[in-house]
Ligand binder design. Structure first.
Ligand SMILES: [Zn+2]
Length: 119
């Protein structure tokens, strides 16, 4: 039996109504966590949101099938954190900062080379 569809399209609520439980997975760590509908997320357009891994900061992907039940993903492990925080690498990526790409050229001197102050 079906009931009238009264959910706003493209929201996390509509997604959860359609697919039921969902997961977020990191393909770098090969870990996943249950997707939790935290306060304020239900009416957000899921197309505007991205997720990242709280362990390594890589992009995380929503999954409608539990990763370990997918072919070739049997080694993924459920790894849920009580209070996951955004990884600094993800924050840097999202804000367009690339701290590792910032190389101090030290006025052209090679790294580790002693600069003779008398010159
Ligand atoms: Zn990761």
């Amino acid at each position: 039996m079906t009931s009238p569809w009264h959910h706003k399209p493209f929201t996390f609520r509509a997604l959860a109504k359609t697919f039921g439980p969902m997961w977020l997975r990191c393909d770098v760590c090969r870990r996943y966590a249950r997707f939790r509908m935290v306060d304020g997320l239900a009416d957000i357009d899921y197309r505007t949101k991205t997720f990242s891994c709280s362990r390594c900061g890589a992009e995380a992907y929503m999954a409608v099938v539990e990763p370990i039940k997918e072919t070739g993903m049997a080694d993924y492990r459920l790894d849920e954190l009580d209070n996951p925080q955004r990884h600094q690498a993800a924050a840097d990526r999202l804000t367009g900062r690339h701290p590792r790409a910032c190389v101090n050229l030290a006025a052209g001197e090679l790294p580790g080379r002693k600069v003779d102050g008398r010159r």
